[in-house]
Ligand binder design. Structure first.
Ligand SMILES: [Mn+2]
Length: 329
């Protein structure tokens, strides 16, 4: 029987152009997967290009691209024919963080929950229980006895470290096995240098604002931040979650086109993805994992909300959901 990578390669043998597309604001896991997958395709004589749709926001993502000399192409440089393929990595169609570029020949390698069963993907490897997409790609190397380069091993290891918060969040057996497999092959001083480039100076202003706006109700933390980019919102959500006694965080940023959410849950009684969907209440899209989730509410669907109404709405939905699970937790 053929394994996952062999099936993928076979399906791409007669492809025209092949594009690897991480989510629109790629984080280290998405970049590591794109980079490692390109390596796997290259050695199988399949030429692929990595596309990015928006500017790279995260400082550590930028540093990865520089450190490993990863070539990424902006989407406007792309042309699509009927025999071209797009491989989505670390994301899937229907997610709020992905721009759909072609109608057919879509392949998916992801570790988020399945959003829509009927997407007619040409190829799919979606494992929602795995903490990092990098673990799935690492297994492609292992199962096919393909040697990793030091840079590829380092990128994948960093992807696992970031997405699982150093093996403490959404960790599966595969993540641990792949972490161990990569560790001895990776360049730990490069990992250190990535850790030292996680944020930029201007991020501190957003942190300061966030700290001023944190509201805590028992084990629930809320943060409303104006003008905050998506990746920073996640980092702030993580930071608020480290406050003693805060188990669940709902961080959100209002922008011109709508409201972006980032949720964290440190209790198995409240799943972050379910809480996200409950807050959305059909006026936005959201989902993710048990412990972390995200979402987006478009401005068109929430014209009736003033800032105050938005704050009240989110607190009301979150508290009533959490209470329905267990008042005491
Ligand atoms: Mn990921």
């Amino acid at each position: 029987m053929k394994n996952k990578l062999q099936i993928l390669i076979e399906q791409l043998k007669n492809a025209g152009r092949v594009y690897i597309q991480p989510h629109d604001i790629p984080d280290p896991d998405a970049i590591a997967c794109s980079y490692a997958l390109k390596f796997l395709l290259d050695i199988n004589n399949i030429k692929a290009k990595i596309i990015h749709v928006q500017t790279i926001e995260k400082a550590n993502s930028k540093k990865m691209i520089e450190l490993f000399d990863i070539k990424m192409y902006v989407k406007n440089e792309m042309r699509y024919n009927e025999d071209d393929y797009v491989i989505l990595v670390d994301t899937q169609l229907g997610n709020s963080n992905i721009t759909n570029l072609i109608k057919q020949n879509i392949m998916v390698i992801d570790h988020h929950e399945i959003i829509n069963e009927n997407n007619n993907y040409i190829y799919e490897d979606i494992r929602s229980n795995v903490g990092a997409c990098s673990s799935i790609i690492t297994e492609y190397f292992l199962n096919n006895k393909i040697d990793l380069t030091k840079n590829v091993a380092t990128a994948l290891l960093y992807g696992i470290m970031m997405d699982t918060d150093n093996l403490t969040r959404c960790v599966s057996d595969l993540d641990i096995k792949m972490f161990y497999y990569l560790y001895n092959q990776a360049n730990i001083s490069s990992i250190k240098s990535l850790k030292l480039n996680q944020i930029v100076k201007s991020d501190l202003i957003a942190y300061a604002k966030a700290l001023n706006n944190v509201e805590i109700y028992g084990y629930l933390g809320f943060v409303h931040i104006e003008n905050c980019n998506d990746s920073l919102l996640g980092t702030i959500s993580d930071m608020v979650n480290t406050i003693e006694g805060v188990l669940i965080v709902i961080a959100y940023a209002k922008r011109e086109d709508g409201v972006k959410f980032s949720i964290r849950s440190g209790t198995s009684k409240v799943k972050a993805n379910n809480l996200m969907r409950y807050i959305m209440n059909n006026i936005g899209v959201g989902g993710g994992h048990d412990e972390m989730a995200g979402g987006f509410m478009s401005a068109d669907n929430m014209k009736f909300f003033t800032n105050k109404q938005l704050d009240t709405y989110i607190r009301h939905r979150a508290i009533s959901y959490v209470e329905s699970k267990d008042a005491k937790l």
